[in-house]
Design a protein around this ligand. Structure first.
Ligand SMILES: NC(=O)c1ccc[n+]([C@@H]2O[C@H](COP(=O)([O-])OP(=O)(O)OC[C@H]3O[C@@H](n4cnc5c(N)ncnc54)[C@H](O)[C@@H]3O)[C@@H](O)[C@H]2O)c1
Length: 351
């Protein structure tokens, strides 16, 4: 019998989930739900989904095996907990929640129900990350003691709910930095944060007047509604194993590239840079040496295909989940610590 799926939220990211489910054998999206009726109906017609509903309780009447939660950040915890209580497995988009307390409630609901909660850390499913994880596991880098990561946009505040702190919980840190920090921590062997020092800035705002370049837009983008989230965050994280990570993220910053990402890890045997090109740097026969493993570039959909396929493997076949709810709690501790340090203008301890 086909695995019965529901999708909550029919905005931008949900399309990547629905496209991924559509590629899988014996998997059927039975129902899509959005507060916005037109959006739910359009998704149902585009992806041949039998039912479109406006309320997640109606969706839960459909006797589903699993649900994708693709909604505003402030709804993740309640929707996840309701689905788990109804006996349905969940993949919840990143960030898992608005704060650590909610992420812990979600984890507890998963344990109590015996159902899976997977967090949508999609970047763990990029071809480069998969390749580098293999190198790390094979000991190629040795002991990784430091890392730096960035996701920098020039004029890339997506507006709508992303720019509304009550629905998003924050700006580029909780939206983009969550990926950076998760990727680095994942490759570093998931150390726990010990202390954090951070600053945030809100100087440029939405910049709805800028029509170019194309940017990721919230489904309800309005160029006239001001942003209430930060433009930029810079953070320094010390981990319990002695390693350190520095992170820089921005929605808006006067810079000469529309978007730039980097992720560099430094080990005692070798270092690796994932962007713009995968390169491993070390020494060989007394020469400094760079090697460039060839890894196929992903189209944007590809990591979602891998992520959703893994989620279905977990639900249907009991595969061990690579992105468990516990990782969601640890990432929220770090995000909370960063915002707290910025608010207090001093280093904070993470318990
Ligand atoms: N994994 C990734 O790489 C990735 C990329 C983009 C966005 N995201 C995450 O996906 C989520 C959605 O982002 P988006 O860009 O699709 O936003 P969006 O604004 O395009 O769509 C969100 C949709 O959720 C609907 N919604 C909100 N609350 C609801 C509720 N209680 N019930 C039903 N529908 C509800 C809205 O009406 C809207 O249509 C966010 O948490 C975001 O951080 C993840």
């Amino acid at each position: 019998m086909a695995v019965r799926i529901g999708v909550i939220g029919a905005g931008t990211v949900s399309k990547h989930h629905m496209e991924a489910y559509a590629k899988l054998k014996d998997v059927k999206v039975e129902v899509v739900c959005d507060l916005n009726e037109a959006r739910a109906r359009k998704a149902a017609s585009t992806y041949s989904i039998p039912r479109a509903v406006m309320n997640h309780q109606q969706l839960l009447n459909e006797k589903l095996d699993a649900v994708s939660i693709c909604t505003w950040n402030n709804t993740h915890a309640d929707l996840t907990i309701d689905c788990l209580k109804a006996g349905v497995n969940v993949i919840c988009e990143k960030p898992p929640a608005m704060n650590t307390a909610q992420a812990v409630e979600m984890l507890n609901a998963s344990k109590k129900s015996g159902k899976l909660l997977m967090i949508g850390f999609t970047k763990r499913f990029t071809s480069k990350l998969i390749a580098v994880k293999r190198l790390v596991d094979d000991g190629v880098l040795g002991n990784i003691y430091s890392a730096r990561a960035a996701f920098l946009r020039r004029a890339g505040n997506p507006g709508g709910w992303f720019a509304d702190i009550k629905r998003s919980g924050g700006g580029p840190l909780i939206d983009l930095g969550v990926h950076n920090i998760d990727q680095a921590r994942f490759l570093m062997g998931k150390p726990k944060a010990k202390t954090i020092s951070a600053v945030t800035f809100a100087k440029l705002g939405l910049r709805g007047n800028i029509t170019e370049p194309a940017r990721w837009l919230s489904a309800d983008f309005d160029p006239k509604t001001p942003s209430t989230v930060e433009d930029q965050t810079t953070a320094f994280i010390r981990f319990d194993n002695g390693a350190a990570l520095s992170v820089d993220v921005s929605y808006s910053q006067h810079r000469d590239t529309d978007e730039q990402t980097y992720l560099d890890l430094y080990g005692d045997k070798a270092g690796v840079s994932l962007e713009p090109k995968l390169v491993i740097s070390s020494e060989n026969n007394d020469y400094l040496t760079d090697t460039f493993p060839w890894v196929a570039e992903d189209v944007y959909q590809k990591p979602f295909d891998r992520e959703i396929s893994h989620f279905v493997d977990c639900v249907r076949d009991g595969a061990v989940c690579l992105n468990p709810a516990e990782d969601g709690v640890e990432i929220m501790k770090i995000l909370d610590g960063i915002y707290e340090s910025a608010r207090l203008s001093r280093e904070v301890q993470i318990s």
